[in-house]
Write a protein that binds this ligand. Structure first.
Ligand code: NDP
Length: 371
């Protein structure tokens, strides 16, 4: 559309947004993409990538312990948290630059700015105090950890974002939640030598997985020394005079720890973007953008993909939704992502994964194959 500055303007430079921008630009479309924080989004900057680096770091003690059996004499090992954090930062900066470069190399234009939709074809870039127009708009602003304002003392708690960059490795941590993030971080912190307690409100961790996997992982984690308290939630978190935290649980126990990390789900980033102003429909429960099966919102030229739609919060899914969006919007080939039977893995230690049909109800009975 020659009348607009761009054929496509993408808001959000995470995995989904960058893929859509890059592929559309490579088709010869005039593409702009705005990211207010860092290109790479959750996965690269504060999710999968740094998490995986920390998983690797946390596995070394077991390798050292096994080494002697294979004839390797490893002198007493020591660990430096600050070195890990600094090297993690270096790696994500490298990937961030690649994400940005890939868009620009395909002919897209990148903006370091928050973007607001002021009209279905008009976007205001706050960082540049400038307005641009676009034929199609794609919202890919992702999500963030769900807060817990009802918990007295929640201000003392951290989320996964902060866990990556703690100034010091805690001696003891309590992690609340029984999902992907809680389980992965419990294994990471334990592997790095932190006394770790997982507190989960349900009867067994990882509600969306096959019960055999859940039980086996639970037992294995406990054998390693991770404490798992099911049927419990924290009632309050208070700071002690010595700076440590007391977490009072519904079970009556009080855990004294250095950090309390909440991992109780993630919510979509849809606030202060002008969405209500242009009439984009969102769900009442989470504020997720409602889309049809082609990722189109109720406004014809505005689309949304990835975690902001709260369909399936997984990076490869967002990337696939981006590819389907490009097919639909720019290649005259309407393509709906298929959200059934998505393979998924938890980077616990050991890792678990599910492939094929599985139930997402509370019964979590597996009806397909797992691996
Ligand atoms: P999940 O939805 O996986 O787990 C949330 C957990 O918090 C559940 O155990 C839930 O309990 C519990 N919970 C929810 N509300 C409360 C509350 N008020 N008090 C106490 N517990 C509560 O979310 P995560 O935050 O772990 O991860 C978010 C998403 O990120 C995941 O759904 C996943 O899609 C994605 N992710 C994927 C990874 C991967 O692919 N390896 C890694 C990390 C994240 P209940 O089960 O009873 O509802």
């Amino acid at each position: 559309m020659a009348g607009y500055d761009y054929d496509l303007f993408v808001i959000g430079g995470g995995s989904g947004g960058v893929r859509a921008a890059r592929v559309a630009a490579a088709l010869g479309k005039r593409v702009g993409i705005a990211e207010e924080y860092r290109f790479g989004g959750t996965c690269v900057i504060r999710g999968c990538v740094p998490k995986k680096l920390y998983v690797y770091a946390s596995q070394f003690p077991e390798h050292f312990a096994d080494a002697a059996g294979y004839g390797w004499m490893v002198p007493e090992a020591s660990f430096d948290w600050q070195t890990l954090v600094a090297n993690k930062d270096r790696e994500i900066s490298r990937l961030e630059a690649i994400y940005k470069r890939n868009v620009e190399g395909s002919g897209g234009e990148t903006f370091h700015s928050r973007a607001m939709i002021v009209d279905p074809h008009v976007i205001h870039l706050l960082g540049e105090d400038r307005t641009v127009t676009a034929d199609q708009i794609l919202i890919a602003t992702g999500g963030r950890p769900a807060a817990h304002p009802a918990l007295p003392g929640h201000e003392h708690c951290i989320f996964s974002n902060e866990a990556f960059d703690l100034k010091e490795l805690p001696k003891a941590i309590m992690i609340e939640g029984g999902g992907y993030i809680a389980v992965e971080f419990a294994n990471i912190f334990h592997g790095l030598g932190v006394e770790t307690t997982l507190v989960y409100r349900g009867k067994e961790i990882l509600g969306r997985f096959d019960m055999d996997l859940r039980r086996t992982l639970h037992e294995t984690m406990e054998k390693k020394g991770i404490k798992i308290l099911c049927h419990a939630v924290s009632e309050s978190v208070s700071k002690r005079p010595d700076g440590r935290l007391d977490a009072q649980l519904t079970s009556g126990q009080v855990l004294t720890v250095d950090q309390v990390m909440l991992a109780i789900g993630r919510i979509p980033n849809t606030e202060n973007m002008g969405l209500e102003g242009v009439g984009i429909e969102m769900t009442a429960a989470t504020g997720a953008i409602k889309v049809d099966r082609f990722s189109r919102t109720n406004i014809d030229n505005i689309w949304a993909i990835g975690d902001v739609t709260n369909r399936v919060q997984l990076t490869p899914v967002a990337i696939h939704e981006a590819m389907c969006f490009v097919e639909t919007a720019f290649k005259n080939n309407p393509t709906a992502p298929d959200h059934d039977t998505i393979a998924t893995a938890v980077f616990s230690q050991p890792e678990i994964g599910t492939v094929g049909l599985y139930m997402v109800t509370s019964s979590s009975a597996a009806v397909g194959c797992t691996a």
